[in-house]
Design a protein around this ligand. Sequence first.
Ligand code: AMP
Ligand code: TRP
Length: 327
Amino acid sequence: MKRVFSGVQPTGNIHIGNYLGALKQFVELQDENECIYCIVDLHSITVPQDPKELRKHILDVAALYMAVGVDPKKSIIFVQSDVSGHAELSWILTCNSYTGELSRMTQFKDKSKGRESAPTGLFTYPILMAADILLYDTDIVPVGNDQKQHIELCRDIAIRINNTVKKDTFVVPDGRFLKAGARIMALDDPMSKMSKSAENVHSRISLLDEDNKIKKSIMRATTDSDGEIKFDFENKPGVSNLLNIYSAFSGKSIEDIVAAFSGCGYGDFKKELVGIVQEALTPIKKNFDEIRQSQELLDTLRSGAERAGAIAEKTMKRVKGNFGLGF
Ligand code: AMP
Ligand code: TRP
């Protein structure tokens, strides 16, 4: 059995990009693997958070994990800050990584924009992510494409420490990326990825959006003026992104969808897509409403932290021992 680990930041507005890139894989993997899914709250404080809002968002993400089908009987669901090993291992990895490799991370470059006042946490964020993964002897990390560089860095650090400190210190993990949902682009600007924080709410579809909002966002999605439905990301990024979303939600191949809509206008295609997305999100919203109010949610997080903590403690003992730390 392989060990799977992944995490989502509790920053609100979990959208269909998060779902198709990451959450959907979480569910697919849990039958045949030992899965650990984390709400990475320590990552979210790399930018200032309102404490009340943060608490709410942590519970929202946990409830969404369960609402999309992550089953706490099969998988561990827990909150990162409930297990102290994440921050502790992060320091050991910090001492074994280079400022040069962190400076090359595109997410850091995008978010810091060269400001001297960029928080240090934004810079060291990929190390904390590596600690999350390595703490559980993870084999597979299901994530969206945007995390490829961070996974590579995690592997580099693990291999480096295995070579310089002791061979069995870390399991070297692999990323797992889905073809159809790996990179969902913003509906209003198909050259940027769909994001939780973009100002325009119609740039994304959040998993908890009402039917009407889903319709509005899709009907106004940016396309182009040539009127032909085909997949060509370079020249037709808007239509290609919608085809990707259609394919990921319906399970149909892009070719089949293009064939089915040959001769149709964008309006007809978008209307069908509205129905498909609404239908997919309806049960998720219903499950979410039930789970979010339930005692089961808090019980799940409590027992999840205990189970994750026991695994983390074992790894930390081994890692610290290899470094000559701790008694
Ligand atoms: P984050 O929103 O940064 O916490 O990301 C949570 C997960 O969703 C990660 O695995 C990301 O790679 C994935 N993800 C975020 N945005 C997108 C997107 N636009 N398309 C596909 N996957 C995404
Ligand atoms: N950095 C990831 C993101 O922004 C979230 C994350 C933190 C993560 N730790 C992780 C994902 C560990 C996978 C494994 O999407």
